[in-house]
Ligand binder design. Sequence first.
Ligand code: BGC
Length: 483
Amino acid sequence: MEKNYNKYLISICILSFVYASAQDLPRKIPKGLIFGAATSSYQVEGAWDADGKTQSILDYLYQNSLEQITDGSNGNVATNSYYLYERDVEMMRELGLDFYRFSLSWPRLLPYNYSERINPAGVNYYNNLMDEMLKYGIEPVVTLYHWDLPLELAQQGGWTNPQIVDWFSDFARTAFELFGDRVKYWITLNEPQVFCYYRHPGDDIYKCMKNSLLAHAKAYHIYDEEFRPTHNGAIFISLSTEFYEPVNSQDAEAAEDATNYHWGVFTNPIFSKDGDFPASMKEKLAAKSAKQGLSSSKLPDMSPEEIDFIKGTSDFFGINHYTTKYVYRNESENDYEVPSFYDDLGVQMYQPDSCQIGYSYLVCSVPWGFYKLLTKIREEFDNPPIFITENGFSTHGGLDDQDRIEYYKTYLCAMLDAIDEGSDVRAYTAWSLMDNFEWARGYIDRFGLYEVDYESEELTRTPRASAFMYQNVLRTRSIICGT
Ligand code: BGC
């Protein structure tokens, strides 16, 4: 009896050892999957009025304290990348990045919004940055629009004015002409739901959403017809894709609504077989509008021509992903302003208790949500090629960022799980290369693989522990998942 028991104990020990080692075995990164890091113009460039640049809506709002910024700061100087781009490229090399995602400042390139009046200093800056990157084999991934709309266009209604479709596509064409020989990845818009919501939280948000879709699609067609034949690059959109988990099975519809209002409103028109806005969103908003005494739905109609024009206009399913929220519906808890986007959506959301919370409210580490998101995209959109354009974690500074390492590790492993099951993930981008101006959280919340010392005149950049971890993943093309 005792002998058998010992045998039993030994086999348990062996099994646990085998299991633990299997968990700790490095997992291979699939061939062809490329890695990068990202920033955006307003968050890093500084030089807000240098060399002929005019004001963007962001310069105006933040300089005049019209937005609530926790530390009262703005992006006038930011990380000064307009002048320090060589150091930025050096950091990309240190990390071993395949690509760097950055955005073009529209008012730096076209200060007067006419494509005939290009600002040579702006062109020069982006040429220098790209050429420096390409010298070391780092591919530019260029976002055309990361929220810094020229002020003059904002004053004319910005994204709610249908003329934005032409304004944006003229700007896009200018960028393709100037840089298309070197840029193989173009992103039209970064997170239209987010910029539409922040500028137009009421009923106008839906006009903004539709105009964004048309502007994106027009830029896509221009590239596709006039530039792709010679430049042979890809063009796509980047959407903010939180994952929404129903609290109970009866909340499945609430979770689906949350998904639709935040990103299905773009992915359905672009990636689904039939195009157009999601049917349930159309129905719900038509009913809500009638109830509020509007003569037509606040969600504009799309004509058959518009549906066709938008459908299929993204070479990748571009996703920015940070976190997951639980969702449920309880009419009596709704205390959103009326009318407002969140009143229309009418669901309650909260973050899982168990998550390791980042310092920004945005980031609460839920790697299983990332896995579920990638699976949902694979299953619902016929396995499109996915470009992860942002993923990252915030702290309040410090070089020994073990919490960020844990976040990256678990999210990368969740991504590998989805890939093993067939998800077609082609690229992964860490947000961010370095600390930068984090919108309402100013310079308090820090997302950088590199820490920026804002007290130093040189805005010194120093790699954090997470930078070494990321470098190691890229160099060894493997990651240890386990516990
Ligand atoms: C935005 C970035 C931002 C990041 C972290 C994303 O939604 O595209 O500009 O810094 O989230 O908040």
